[in-house]
Design a binder for this molecule. Structure first.
Ligand code: SIN
Length: 382
């Protein structure tokens, strides 16, 4: 990465960063670099259990329904043009992930299985390995990027943007040996994920420390909606951190919430912020530290959700017999670096995509399984 400036320097190796790198290096032949502070495959994307929401039939009415559900979940604060882009272009991007080798769950006829989650009026979410969707997408994208000429620098921590003559000209990084270096590029894409580690209780891995937003703020780049941090309703109430997530797909398949008296108290398939608030209210009323997720009625739990079954087994819980203690945990940063519909930030030469960006698609609350989708759609556009 030393020598002549790169065409594109991507910061971050999750779904947004790797999608952009594959496209820039593999399709457009741009001189592309990827800098990631951990290993290439260790981004937060890998932790994403659910799913990718998209109206894969291509039916305009179904696409409009996805738009309506996204706007409703966003509580009136989404950018309608950005959501229109997300739902219109999403199906094509999912097909491209499949063409790259990502394997989503299929029924016995070979058709994609479509699941429902909170806030979705119809089943439209594809998963991989039950609740290991992010890991499968990350696997496919890492393999794809390794086939390109993109230069990858792992264990390299971007600390500040280099700004010259009112334009982003690169990034200052700290390499694995601790030495500071400037990497020059004509364009820099922030795809550094969210900031879940700001919170004491979170589903996010240790890498989710908001580096992209911090660098942008220090360079005077516009950010917005950082107050909208989404809490996932059903993180396992357990000392483990990050908290094991009990995917919304469980409720989509019929798991129900119960208070400590065993009573149901909320429609489990309302948008995530509504369900989280209802849980917190019930915890406040009863003085409890958690409520219960009752998944005992689900068939074939271990076959359908092997990764969740393994987490539960490690915690000494059997979902076919035990109610599972759950409580909300910080999960997704809805705001971030303000971008236009092509990922451009307020600083020329600086772009952003995925959780670190504020593309406008999430408003005050992200619709379940719209985040991996946002990553692929807006990285492609950027
Ligand atoms: C989940 O599977 O519940 C998480 C999916 C998401 O964050 O959209």
């Amino acid at each position: 990465m030393s020598g002549a400036p790169l065409d594109l320097l991507v910061l971050g190796s999750g779904v947004a960063g790797l999608s952009a790198a594959v496209r820039a290096a593999g399709v457009h032949g741009l001189r592309t670099g990827v800098v990631t502070k951990g290993g290439l495959a260790l981004a937060t994307t890998r932790w994403a259990q659910g799913g990718v929401a998209a109206a894969l039939s291509g039916d305009p009415e179904e696409i409009d329904l996805h738009l309506a559900d996204t706007l409703a979940a966003g509580a009136g604060l989404c950018d309608v043009d950005a959501v229109r882009v997300l739902v219109d272009e999403g199906p094509r991007r999912v097909e491209e992930l499949i063409a790259l080798g990502a394997e989503f769950d299929r029924d016995e006829r070979g058709d994609l299985e479509l699941a429902r989650e909170g806030g979705h009026s119809v089943p439209r979410i594809v998963h991989a390995g039950g609740a290991a969707t992010g890991a499968e997408i990350e696997r496919a994208l890492v393999a794809a990027v390794e086939l390109t000429a993109a230069v990858v620098r792992e264990h390299t921590f971007a600390v500040d943007l280099v700004v010259e003559d009112g334009r982003c000209a690169g990034v200052r990084v700290v390499g694995p040996s601790g030495s500071v270096e400037e990497l020059r590029a004509r364009h820099v894409l922030l795809a550094t994920g969210g900031a879940g580690q700001l919170f004491a209780v979170t589903t996010n891995p240790r890498v989710a420390t908001g580096d992209g937003v911090a660098m942008a703020l220090r360079a005077g780049v516009a950010v917005a909606d950082l107050e909208f941090f989404q809490f996932h309703p059903t993180a396992l109430h357990h000392p483990l951190m990050p908290r094991p997530l009990l995917s919304e797909a469980l409720r989509g398949h019929g798991a129900v919430l119960r208070d400590l008296d065993g009573e149901r108290f909320i429609d489990e398939l309302l948008p995530r912020d509504v369900v989280s608030r209802a849980i917190l209210a019930r915890m406040g009323e009863t003085g409890a530290q958690h409520v219960w997720l009752d998944a005992t009625g689900l068939d074939h739990f271990a076959e359908r959700f092997p990764t969740i079954a393994a987490d539960l087994s490690a915690a000494g819980l059997d979902p076919t017999a035990d109610w599972l203690p759950v409580a909300p945990a910080a999960h997704h940063q809805c705001g971030g670096v303000v971008t236009d519909l092509h990922g451009a930030s307020s600083l020329p030469g600086l772009w952003a995509a995925g959780e670190t960006s504020c593309s406008g698609v999430h408003g005050a609350n992200r619709l379940a399984s719209n985040s991996l989708l946002e990553g692929v759609v807006f990285a492609h556009r950027a």
